[in-house]
Design a protein around this ligand. Structure first.
Ligand SMILES: Nc1ncnc2c1ncn2[C@@H]1O[C@H](COP(=O)(O)OP(=O)(O)O)[C@@H](O)[C@H]1O
Ligand SMILES: [Mg+2]
Length: 266
């Protein structure tokens, strides 16, 4: 299988991008035995930290974006067989500025070029994006085959969604005709609150505009809120180590990802 690059993106912070990126990487790696590269593009480096690959002194994706080092030089192994990480750090701030100002070389396809160099080593690359449309995010979209948009089930769930989709459309038109939205993923669902409304809205959105992940019974797939998600993160463990709904739900997501990617190949 050709390496499938999946960008996890939302303009809002705190919606579960990094949790989704880390868990998807772990499930595809450990349970599906796919070779996965988790690429961290956020200066907050949550994914790097989860996989114990964070170190402020080392070269990261920032240096790859500035083209001072190759991607294979920064890739690190993790405690999980099959899962490697391309870490980030606060240097992403500098990298975003530098790439933006450097008009002497192409600015948008640096990650795509870098990823082409390692494409035969992995089945998946999961790109954990920052809550911004910065040069790193644009590079991720130019490189990506797929986009997953986590949306948290709260009052301002849909803020920025239109802007993301517009950005994806612009990148498709100008740089990456193959990019597809795999789906919007409802996260942090809590029963009996505003969450229900968000699910209804997502159901309608799916019928009108954008694909939304659905469970096997056809209902909107949701990742339940659980304190264990936070606990798992601090223990550097994937959520499938805990018996909570989010564990099954993230495994369902990984199944859908595999099916979607397979379907595309046929
Ligand atoms: N399903 C969930 N249940 C409980 N807490 C969650 C869940 N998903 C994410 N969180 C928590 O919400 C916060 C933001 O999640 P994170 O993945 O870092 O968001 P983002 O990457 O979009 O900024 C983190 O503290 C994380 O542990
Ligand atoms: Mg994050």
């Amino acid at each position: 299988m050709k390496m499938q690059k999946i960008a996890i993106i939302n303009l809002k912070g705190g919606v579960g991008k990094s949790v989704t990126a880390c868990n998807l990487a772990c499930i595809l790696g450990q349970m599906h035995e796919r070779h996965v590269l988790a690429m961290d593009l956020d200066k907050q480096a949550n994914t790097s930290k989860f996989f114990k690959t964070f170190n402020p002194g080392i070269s990261t994706v920032a240096e790859v974006m500035m083209e001072s080092i190759t991607l294979s030089d920064i890739i690190q192994k993790t405690d999980f067989e099959y899962v490697d990480v391309a870490p980030s750090s606060m240097s992403m701030i500098k990298a975003n500025r530098e790439v933006m100002l450097d008009v002497t070389r192409p600015q948008h396809n640096r990650l795509r070029k870098a990823l082409n160099g390692i494409a035969d080593k992995y089945d998946y690359c999961i790109l954990d994006c920052p809550p911004d449309i910065d040069m790193a995010t644009i590079n991720a979209l130019v490189a990506a085959d797929w986009v997953i948009v986590p949306v948290d089930c709260d009052e301002w769930a849909f803020d920025g969604l239109f802007e993301i989709m517009e950005q994806v459309d612009a990148v498709r038109e100008n740089y990456n005709p193959g990019i597809k939205v795999m789906g919007i993923l409802a996260t942090k669902y809590t029963r009996g609150t505003y969450s229900e409304k968000v699910l209804v809205q997502l159901d309608q959105l799916d019928k009108m505009h954008y694909p939304v992940f659905r469970a096997e019974d056809g209902s909107v797939l949701r990742i339940d809120y659980s304190v264990k998600v936070k606990e798992a993160k601090t223990e550097h463990l994937p959520i499938y180590c805990y018996r909570v709904p989010a564990s099954t739900e993230y495994r369902q997501l990984a199944d859908i990802v595999e099916k979607t990617v397979e379907g595309e190949k046929r």
